[in-house]
Design a binder for this molecule. Structure first.
Ligand code: K1U
Ligand code: ZN
Length: 186
């Protein structure tokens, strides 16, 4: 398995529409494994293909130790009730903001075997599903923030982004992740 580089805000791929996956090949299975490994190292609860420089319409999620992949996901129902909560993004490290979203959604997707399934969720899982599906349509959580809060987040990002030349975040040399030395695990 491999740790993938994460693309950060400013990389045009994060603003592109993804392409539906037409066949689940060995390459897709390997991409999904690598995305899980990358997500866990980055301490995320989700990761979408554009965040690792890929255009396939898929994302991995693990909110409560129940990992799953969503391939060609669609939101088929959204609650009219909304909820506001703080979000972060592995592609905008150290920037956080409140986002108002439907409180619950129902999503239809394919699993890694190509079998269709539906998942209905609220709370953090419902929010994560919406955040990842947004990535697959070139949308990011900053887009939901008020003009003033977005401007303040962008001012902070203007300083932060210099840490990521070429809009690439290499997890291996990311000091914020505090990699444990094998001798320190006990
Ligand atoms: O897609 C991503 O950038 C991953 C992102 C997903 C996400 C975070 C918060 C709300 C909705 C979706 C992250 O995992 S950032 C890490 C993070 O903020 C977090 C980690 C553990 C628990 C809660 C949040
Ligand atoms: Zn994100």
């Amino acid at each position: 398995m491999s740790i993938l580089e994460i693309r950060v805000l400013g990389d045009p791929i994060l603003r592109e529409e993804t392409k539906p996956v037409s066949e689940i090949t060995d390459e897709i299975r390997q991409l999904v494994k690598d995305m899980f490994e990358t997500m866990y190292l980055a301490k995320g609860i989700g990761l979408a293909a554009p965040q690792v420089g890929r255009t396939e319409r898929l994302a991995v999620i693990d909110v409560d130790e129940d990992p799953f992949v969503i391939i060609n996901p669609e939101i088929i129902e959204s609650d009219s009730k909304t909820s506001k909560s703080e979000e972060g993004c592995l592609s905008i490290p150290d920037i956080y903001g409140d986002v108002v979203r439907p409180a619950r959604v129902k999503v239809r997707a394919l699993d890694i075997e190509g079998k269709e399934f539906e998942i209905e969720a609220g709370d953090l899982l419902g929010r994560c599903l919406q955040h990842e599906i947004d990535h697959l349509h070139g949308k990011m959580f900053l887009d939901y923030m008020s003009v003033l809060k977005r401007r303040s987040a962008m001012n902070k990002w203007t300083k932060e982004k210099d840490k990521y030349p070429g809009f690439i975040r290499r997890l291996e040399d990311d000091p914020s992740l505090e990699h444990e030395h094998p001798d320190e695990e006990l």
